[in-house]
Write a protein that binds this ligand. Sequence first.
Ligand code: 8IG
Length: 277
Amino acid sequence: MFEQLTAAADHIAAATGRESHDVALVLGSGLSPYAASLPGATTVAYRDIPHFPVPTVTGHAGHLASAEFAGVRILAFAGRTHLYEDVPLADIVFAVRTAVAAGCHTVVLTNAAGGCGDHLGAGDLVLISDHLNLTGRNPLMGPNDERLGTRFPDMSEAYSKRLRGLAREASAESGVPLEEGVYAWFTGPTYETPAEVQMAKRMGADLVGMSTVPEVIAARHMGAEVLGISLCTNLAAGISPVPLSHDEVKEVAMEATDRFTRLLDSLLPRLGAEGRS
Ligand code: 8IG
């Protein structure tokens, strides 16, 4: 794994002409257009990066973009791999691990998710304050490579308080409202039953989704600071009066792209100052 990550990070450095990057940005369903909107971005196809997994689901792209934005070197990932593709968890976290190997000290993970918190509605952007891993799986299961991180990583502040403060500043500056909530990770690919949504809600979840948590775990394992932002594209099953559809999700995501872009444009310049190598 370590050698594969090094090879992938070396390829990205050569292909982008940037020997190191500062901030990784993983773009969720419908949010990938942001990668192309970064000024002067150089794109690299996942399939050209050694050992890099290529996602299979429609609506998920498969490339990264490298750009320098307000002095911050950003590696933006359009398209990710999910547990429901039945691939090894090592593949699911490969992109985030590569980004940290490529120098990123900060990892911003975004996703589209269902909302079950009483304060949430479709279209809301939500700062993830913590998570519930309801899959029974963990990307760190198996032998631990001490070159990547410790056997038993602390998760008491998986989602950095400091970064959440910066996101709040970006929200105030950009005028883009930001809610806050706990994200529960399910395997998918089915959406939840109404009973499962009620279970998650009573356990403390405000959001339900199929990604992000393994990437957070891997990024924390490697010592990166993490920020998570969900786009609540739908009220979760049983809370919404209508059945969930992937088309509805895509429609809400498109409507939110502009707000999301304004928030990130204000946020990213705040993420560069520390830890630059
Ligand atoms: I978008 O309601 C989106 N992704 N698990 N449940 C789960 N994942 C989702 C949902 C949802 N909406």
